[in-house]
Design a protein around this ligand. Sequence first.
Ligand SMILES: Cc1cc2c(cc1C)N(C[C@H](O)[C@H](O)[C@H](O)COP(=O)(O)O)c1[nH]c(=O)[nH]c(=O)c1N2
Length: 247
Amino acid sequence: MPVFENLAGTSPSSPAKAPAQTADHLVAAGAFAEEERNAVYRAIETRRDVRDQFRPDPLPDDLVRRLLEAAHSAPSVGFMQPWNFILVRQSQTRERVWQAFHQANEEACAMFEGDRRAQYQRLKLEGIRKAPLSICITCDTKRGGPVVLGRTHNPDTDVYSTVCAVQNLWLAARAEGVGVGWVSIFHEDAIKSILGIPEHVKIVAWLCIGYVDELYDMPELAVKGWRDRLPLDKLVFEEGWQDCDDM
Ligand SMILES: Cc1cc2c(cc1C)N(C[C@H](O)[C@H](O)[C@H](O)COP(=O)(O)O)c1[nH]c(=O)[nH]c(=O)c1N2
């Protein structure tokens, strides 16, 4: 039995049975079998941000549920679980969101100069109208009360947690043959007003989701000459910060 059994009942805030129960929850945690490991790395390496390859057929409810379960299994600061998932299937709503994107995208385009602006204009940066499902993933900054374990010195950790949920969903989707495209070119308030999202809740991601038959074999922005993947070795430092101004 666990050593902390002796501590049981020493304070009113530590119920007698709790320590023994926690030990009962420890389960074996060795490495996965090679095939399973390869599947995990394959999902990570072949996941893509999808803008245009969506099929129109709707996703079955049980599949959407698995994606949401994957998202909901993400780590979160103080186990805050600050996320909500707003499923948007109606084309009228998606059209309003597309209009909000379109306006913000014109503003974004004007922020680039010369050739870069022309190149930006040629990029497709969303699949809001094409993908049959969108999920707006939000972060409720008030969930769990004003003092959250682990968030005491960094209030942004609630958003970091929500991003972990997004990534879980994105990887699970890859394994299911489902494409995901993250759209962030909006004024947050425009989307909040379309969906009735309260003030203290932040929008973390707008995800366009649908089956895909094909994916690019590298990031589309690299395929289209916008930006290449950086060499990993230039990003890994030993023991402290090193110069990397050339990136
Ligand atoms: C926070 C955040 C926000 C956005 C993105 C990603 C993330 C993490 N990405 C997708 C992004 O362009 C893409 O991930 C990179 O180009 C790398 O490509 P792969 O994801 O590896 O295919 C993205 N793509 C896009 O077309 N429109 C967008 O508004 C955004 N916004």
